[in-house]
Design a protein around this ligand. Structure first.
Ligand code: ATP
Ligand code: MG
Length: 243
């Protein structure tokens, strides 16, 4: 079974068509990159797959569960670290972890235990008593990923996890993602193409809400006749823009 199955998915916001007939499959355990210029539809697709947005038409399922008809099941299967972070600014690191464990049904004791274990695993132990809003951008991101993982999801969505991070914090995040790789299905968006190349098994390029190309970064380089993945990306997206 594919972890994610997306068929002819369309999403309109008023007169804006954010997704226009997208079909994709993501295999279990894959680290899948979603690429595309600003406004291509990446975050909208993640919103639908994680049960936060309803599609206009078409279908999508997570481990065979339909995102519309089996919404509550889908929500149990996914964890999201959104582009705009979801952590509560006035709660401490530990309170955030406990809160997000609790809303997905863990008892108070379980939530406390999971929060402690997760804080340790993510190197957030020293900051457990700090309010989230006082953390730096990189530490907030780390907490946001920890929060997304606290329910032990089968699919993790990371929407621009390294945006605004310094090179050291970015490499630390790569390390976290590499450690998670293979243990769950991960969908990652990023505008840093070297990051996509370093981390992803396969990528899809979206453009104007449509799937422009799917493959490994090597396949897309060969297809565009480009030496670097950045050149391939520009060539593939540019082709579409010229049409
Ligand atoms: N809630 C909304 N209401 C109206 N339009 C929206 C909404 N969310 C997204 N859009 C529009 O849908 C399109 C796709 O947006 P989306 O955020 O999915 O793009 P993206 O690929 O994630 O872009 P970025 O790289 O800038 O994050 C854009 O035209 C955007 O303006
Ligand atoms: Mg986005």
């Amino acid at each position: 079974m594919n972890a994610l199955q997306i068929r002819d998915l369309t999403k309109r916001f008023g007169s804006t068509t954010a997704l226009d007939g997208v079909s994709l499959e993501v295999e279990e355990g894959e680290l899948y990159g979603l690429l595309g210029i600003n406004g291509a539809g990446k975050s909208t697709l993640i919103g639908i797959l994680s049960g936060l947005l309803a599609p206009t038409s078409g279908s999508a399922s997570v481990y065979g569960r339909d995102v519309v008809r089996e919404l509550s099941e889908v929500r149990k299967l996914v964890g999201v670290s959104p582009q705009e972070t979801a952590i509560a600014p006035n709660l401490t690191v530990e309170e955030n972890l406990r809160f997000f464990a609790g809303i997905y049904g863990a008892s108070a004791d379980e939530a406390r235990a999971r929060a402690q274990e997760t804080a340790r695993r993510f190197g957030l132990d020293g900051e457990r008593k700090k309010r989230a809003k006082t953390l730096s951008g990189g530490r907030k991101r780390r907490l946001s990923i920890a929060v997304a993982l606290i329910t032990q999801p089968k699919v993790l969505f990371l929407d621009e996890p390294t945006l605004g991070l310094d090179v050291v914090a970015r490499r630390e995040l790569w390390k976290i993602v590499k450690e998670l790789k293979g243990k769950m299905t991960i969908v990652l968006t990023s505008h840093y193409l070297e990051e996509i190349e370093a981390l992803c098994d396969r990528v899809a390029i979206l453009s104007h809400g449509k799937t422009l190309a799917v493959g490994t970064t090597e396949e897309l380089k060969a297809r565009a006749g480009a030496d670097s993945f950045e050149d391939a990306f520009i060539e593939l997206v540019g082709e579409e823009e010229r049409e």
